[in-house]
Design a binder for this molecule. Structure first.
Ligand SMILES: [Zn+2]
Ligand SMILES: [Zn+2]
Length: 217
């Protein structure tokens, strides 16, 4: 996993917008989906360098600053990958912070499988997902899933092997939140064009299983 550090792929799309993937194992969504990502260049609080990819860090998991000095920092992506600062993540296995996984919410598992320290560290060195409410990182095959980006109804039709977007949606979405599809269908229509929600799609890097969750403003 260490070898992912510093791997910088730059890809030019459309205009002159640059998408940078920093070799994140668990975040393969677009840069715009990263939580607290700042526009433009900033000076990193941790290394003092100017970087065009910095995060606003409200409260940092870090050893660089002492207690009482960890608020309101700016952290560059290199320092995130190096672990100069890290992000907490709410996951199905538990709330992840520097102490590991803790069950806080009802959606956190009572008995999660044992997860290797290097896996926990990799997710902490991953940006949070920009959501309306609160990120919930999904899991599969005793690992965190890979965040792929947000999906609209058309993406379910596109990714379904049978072309049945609704079936794929139902297969991907937990029972308590799978009412979204049918309630978004206009009366008398079979095909869904749009909904009010933002759907976050994940893929298992072991078996390829797709899952997702959604929220709205
Ligand atoms: Zn830095
Ligand atoms: Zn899996």
């Amino acid at each position: 996993m260490e070898k992912a550090e510093g791997v910088l792929q730059r890809r030019l799309i459309n205009s002159n917008k640059i998408i940078v993937h920093m070799g994140f194992l668990y975040f393969k969504g677009p840069r715009e989906d990263m939580g607290d990502l700042l526009d433009d260049e900033h000076v990193c609080s941790f290394c003092g360098q100017i970087s065009e990819m910095c995060f606003s860090v409200e409260y940092a998991i870090t050893d660089v600053f002492g207690e009482g000095e960890k608020d309101d920092k700016v952290g560059c992506v290199d320092c995130l990958r190096k672990g100069s600062f890290e992000f907490w993540h709410d996951t199905e296995y538990g709330m992840l912070d520097e102490n590991g996984l803790t069950k806080i919410y009802s959606h956190n598992m009572d008995n999660p499988p044992p997860i290797a320290e290097e896996t926990l560290r990799e997710l902490r060195r991953t940006p949070q997902i920009l959501t309306w409410q609160k990120e919930l990182w999904l899991t599969h095959c005793n690992d965190f899933m890979v965040y792929k980006g947000t999906w609209e109804p058309k993406d379910f039709y596109k990714n379904s092997v049978t072309g049945n977007g609704r079936d794929l949606f139902l297969a991907m979405t937990d029972a308590e939140s799978n009412h979204l599809w049918d309630e978004s269908l206009a009366e008398g229509k079979d095909e869904l064009d749009e909904w009010y929600a933002t759907y976050y799609a994940f893929e298992c890097r072991h078996c390829g299983k797709l899952r997702g969750n959604w929220d709205c403003d």
